[in-house]
Ligand binder design. Structure first.
Ligand code: GUN
Ligand code: FE
Length: 463
């Protein structure tokens, strides 16, 4: 007789859930009962269920109420889907905040490569990646798409660290065989491709079903990759089922100009990456600030997603505003990215707020043609939108029966003066749930994220 592997306890939660169904639909459902199965999936959602009906619902779902510990959320507490950070440079965790006054290419040369180089030391990599993943979970990031450094060993450690801490993640070894110092680049295109295959195989070996951690091809950008390397990566895409791709795309004026010099045969960057076979429904294009009409058509047709990183693009080099309203209008997938360490903050709440500010600036700049993002749209981008960009919206991003339970338990009321928890705008007796939710999104921080669940397992507990 074999004993089935315990994958977690069944769990039931009762209270308010807040999530989106699409970019324009926010649902706030009070008195919900969620039943999470032992695989971490949302087995059943009972709506409009007062507390005294909970046991009856559990029985109705075919379970014994005795084995389902029910967690009851109180006023000022609610569940939201976990945040999805679609663009994060894990080896830049320790350099956030540095070098803001430089252009992108200067910042890479003067600040970034020297930091990333440190990851040739695997002990350092373990230490720093442990801290980095822990900080992400603390701030409610249940899925992240990570760029590693150029080093394959350190990047394996990053994938292992995500799995150990149970963070859902895409992990890529950064490909770069030119336009960086000798001491920080792949020795050759061939070696870079070999190590990339090695990383893909390693990630698939530690999480064979891809339940939490998946490999992603990560050409840093065309400037650091010659055509042998890019075409080799395109071949890996062809040969590898369910492989994801990420790169930087139309990010900055100096970057675009240099790309044109290196690849004069292409009309634009969409053409370039497409020609090498790197654009598809599993491709994440970071930044995407200056797209030509044709490029928008191309990435829409190919089903690529955009990682909008409003902090890094507004603070690194020039002030740049990605036309997010235009992308949403065209039905292009969009999510949010911290772009640590080009972005100074690793908080998705900060990113959402900056997305609001940037979109407001763009509204003014376009004389109202591109209206600013609404509250629910920012929340969508940080959750379900990000899941679509990462191609995991059938698994996570909102609360739907059959999806995995990646969720944040938000607590807003504490014992501090005025009843606030942390520095969040205090909750007053007359505040509606809508007001409490808005106060959290606009003024809350990680102190309000009391619990974090990934695939039904609690990975952060402060309450
Ligand atoms: N383009 C190439 N590398 C990088 C990087 O590390 N950060 C950002 N923001 N842009 C890049
Ligand atoms: Fe980046």
């Amino acid at each position: 007789q074999t004993i089935p592997q315990m994958r977690g306890l069944p769990l039931a939660l009762h209270g308010t859930i807040i999530h989106t169904l699409d970019a324009s639909t926010l649902e706030i459902l009070q008195d919900c009962l969620l039943i999470i199965d032992s695989d971490g999936k949302i087995e059943k959602i009972f709506k409009d269920t007062p507390a005294d009906k909970v046991n009856a619902c559990i029985s109705q779902a075919g379970h014994s109420p005795d084995v389902f510990p029910v967690k009851y959320l109180r006023r000022g507490e609610f569940l939201i889907p976990g945040f999805i950070d679609t663009h994060y440079h894990a080896p830049q965790y320790a350099q956030r905040g540095l070098g803001r006054d430089q252009t992108l290419l200067e910042w890479l040369e003067n600040v970034t490569f020297a930091h990333e180089r440190k990851f040739e030391d695997v002990a350092y990599a373990k230490r720093m990646y442990t801290a980095c993943v822990q900080a992400g979970i603390k701030q409610g990031v249940t899925t992240a798409s990570y760029y590693g450094s150029v080093h394959v060993e350190a990047t394996k450690i990053l994938a292992e660290t995500c799995l150990e801490q149970r963070q859902r993640a895409f992990v890529g070894k950064c490909n770069m065989n030119r336009s960086s110092p000798e001491w920080y680049r792949d020795v050759s295109a061939e070696e870079s491709l070999k190590e990339t295959r090695e990383l893909v195989a390693h990630v698939r070996s530690i999480d064979s079903e891809g339940k939490l951690v998946k490999p992603i091809l990560t050409p840093r950008f065309a400037i650091t990759c010659d055509d042998t390397l890019l075409s080799g990566l395109g071949r890996i895409v062809d040969e590898t089922p369910d492989i994801h791709v990420q790169t930087h795309f139309n990010e900055a004026v100096d970057e675009m100009e240099y790309t044109r010099q290196l690849y004069p045969q292409f009309q634009h960057e969409a053409d370039l990456y497409d020609e090498f076979g790197l654009l598809g429904p599993q491709t994440i294009l970071a930044h995407s600030i200056f797209l030509k009409e044709e490029e928008m058509d191309r990435i829409k047709a190919k089903g690529c997603g955009i990682a909008h990183c409003p902090i890094s693009t507004a603070t690194l080099g020039e002030f740049m505003m990605a036309p997010i309203r235009e992308y949403l209008r065209r039905g292009i997938k969009v999510g949010l990215g911290t772009d640590v360490g080009g972005g100074f903050s690793s908080s998705m709440l900060d990113i959402m707020r900056h997305a609001f500010i940037i979109s407001k600036a763009r509204e003014t700049f376009t004389k109202g043609a591109d209206p600013a993002l609404k509250l629910n749209e920012g929340f969508f981008l940080a959750t379900l939108g990000g899941a679509q960009v990462c191609g995991i919206h059938d698994k996570v991003g909102n609360f739907i029966e059959g999806k995995e339970f990646d969720a944040l338990e938000i607590h807003t009321i504490g014992s501090e003066p005025c009843g606030s928890l942390g520095v969040m705008s205090p909750i007053e007796d007359e505040d509606s749930i809508e007001a409490i939710f808005e106060k959290f999104l606009m003024t809350g921080d990680d102190r309000n994220i009391a619990k974090v669940y990934i695939a039904g397992q609690s990975v952060k507990e402060t309450a």
